[in-house]
Design a protein around this ligand. Structure first.
Ligand code: FES
Length: 167
C-alpha cells in the first residue's frame, strides 16, 4: 500500500475494510469539533462515493449520535448522495431566476433525453440528474452544471448536444 506524505492512501482499489478504516481515522480526528458532522460526511462521501445507510449507521455509532440525526443531515443537503451516483452529475438550478426563465423546461427535456427522473441515474451509470438551488449565475439564467462545469443561458434544444460531449 502506498501513502503520500500526509498518510493518505493512494491505492486505486481500496477494499471496503480499508475504506472503513480511513473513515474511522477521520471520525477520530474530527470528533468533538464544531461542525464536525458535515465535515465527516463530506469526507465519507469522498471515500465511498456516496453515503449508504450502513455507512450512516457506522458514523452514528462512532459519534454516539442517533441515526436520525445523521440521516436528517444527509437528506437535507443536496450535495450528499445516499445512492451511488453516475459517472457524471447533472444539476439543474431551480432557484427563482432560473425557474422563471425556464428551469422547469430544462428538467423536463433532460428527463426525456435521459429517460430518468430527478434523483435517478441512467441504466448505463453515465448520468445522475439532480436539482440545486441558486449558484449565483442568475444574470445568465437558466443555469445547469455537469460535474464542475457551469452552463449558462441553457436552451432546452441544445441539451442533447451538451450531453453528447460526455459520452
Ligand atoms: S437562480 Fe439559478 S443561478 Fe441563481
Amino acid at each position: 500500500m502506498m501513502a503520500n506524505q500526509k498518510g493518505a492512501c493512494e491505492c486505486r482499489q481500496e477494499t471496503e475494510e480499508q475504506k472503513y478504516q480511513r473513515i474511522s481515522r477521520v471520525i477520530e480526528e474530527y470528533k468533538g469539533r464544531e461542525g464536525s458532522l458535515i465535515q465527516i460526511l463530506h469526507m465519507a462521501q469522498g471515500i465511498f462515493g456516496y453515503l449508504p445507510l450502513e455507512l450512516q449507521q457506522f458514523i452514528a455509532q462512532k459519534l454516539d449520535k442517533p441515526l436520525s440525526e445523521i440521516y436528517g443531515v444527509t437528506t437535507f443537503y443536496s450535495f450528499f448522495a445516499t445512492k451511488p451516483r453516475g459517472e457524471n452529475t447533472i444539476r439543474v438550478c431551480l432557484g427563482t431566476a432560473c425557474y422563471v426563465r425556464g428551469g422547469k423546461k430544462i428538467i423536463d427535456r433532460l428527463q426525456e433525453i435521459l429517460s430518468i427522473g430527478v434523483g435517478e441515474t441512467t441504466g448505463d451509470g453515465k448520468f445522475t440528474l439532480e436539482v440545486m438551488r441558486c449558484i449565483g449565475a442568475c444574470g445568465l439564467a437558466p443555469a445547469i452544471t455537469i460535474n464542475d462545469q457551469v452552463y449558462k443561458q441553457v436552451n432546452p434544444d441544445k441539451l442533447q448536444t451538451i450531453i453528447e460531449k460526455y459520452y
